[in-house]
Ligand binder design. Structure first.
Ligand SMILES: Cc1cc2nc3c(=O)[nH]c(=O)nc-3n(C[C@H](O)[C@H](O)[C@H](O)COP(=O)(O)OP(=O)(O)OC[C@H]3O[C@@H](n4cnc5c(N)ncnc54)[C@H](O)[C@@H]3O)c2cc1C
Length: 193
């Protein structure tokens, strides 16, 4: 679930912010600075855990915003520029058929969303490109294999990371401490984000 806001303070150019909070875990709050001084701010949680909490996502968004000390400060005078809106994001969960007689699946329809970061745009664009090439070249039969080759190894790896982090949230605190070292940040960005 996300909304657009102006007047958010403490933003550093070129930095995207991801926040965790023990009371709102597993889930995360993000603040993505945009051109023109607005931000895209949102909160997401796997539906399985959201259901267990019994609280609607828009309420969790507001609570997180109030209870996380850094988010509270950054958004203390934030002005909403849109309603909160959202949707389901189909995390890559298991191997599936991506193509059949007369059809090819891409993006969300193919569940190509990174289970750790929730990133789906990159995979939607890249799978769309592959689908276009397959059709143009009359090679639809190779499409599933191509997706497997391009994305499956990474999705499988990310699912393992998610599994581990959900069971041992202390890993996030450890990663935050190690985050002061550039070599660790580089490794994390390359390996996970
Ligand atoms: C709140 C939220 C935040 C997100 N944040 C990020 C992020 O920060 N980074 C990131 O990488 N990903 C993010 N995602 C995930 C990302 O938005 C999706 O994975 C990505 O947009 C999938 O692209 P797509 O083309 O497969 O589907 P979509 O972007 O959903 O596009 C499908 C299009 O098809 C149209 N459509 C549907 N049915 C029909 C029909 N019958 N006829 C014609 N048109 C139809 C829809 O209107 C839509 O425009 C986020 C998702 C949500 C919900």
């Amino acid at each position: 679930m996300r909304g657009y806001f102006s007047d958010v303070v403490g933003l550093e150019p070129g930095t995207e912010y991801i926040f965790y909070h023990p009371r709102f875990f597993p889930g995360y709050f993000w603040i993505f600075p945009m051109a023109g001084g607005w931000v895209n701010a949102g909160y997401g949680m796997a539906e399985k855990y959201r259901k267990k909490s019994g609280v609607p996502l828009n309420v969790l968004f507001e609570r997180f915003r109030q209870e996380h000390p850094v988010v509270r400060e950054m958004m203390a005078r934030a002005k909403p520029e849109s309603d909160l809106g959202g949707g389901m994001v189909p995390f890559s969960a298991k191997k599936q058929r991506w193509a059949g007689d007369g059809w090819l699946l891409t993006g969300d329809a193919a569940s190509l969303v990174d289970p750790v970061s929730g990133d789906g745009i990159l995979y939607a664009v890249r799978s769309g490109l592959q689908a276009g090439l397959a059709v143009r070249n009359g090679r639809q039969h190779e499409y599933s294999g191509r997706l497997e080759e391009l994305f499956w190894g990474r999705m499988k790896n990310q699912r393992k990371v998610m599994y581990l982090v959900t069971r041992m949230p202390g890993i996030i605190s450890l990663a935050s401490l190690l985050g002061r070292y550039p070599w660790f940040r580089r490794a994390l960005m390359k390996g996970i984000w």
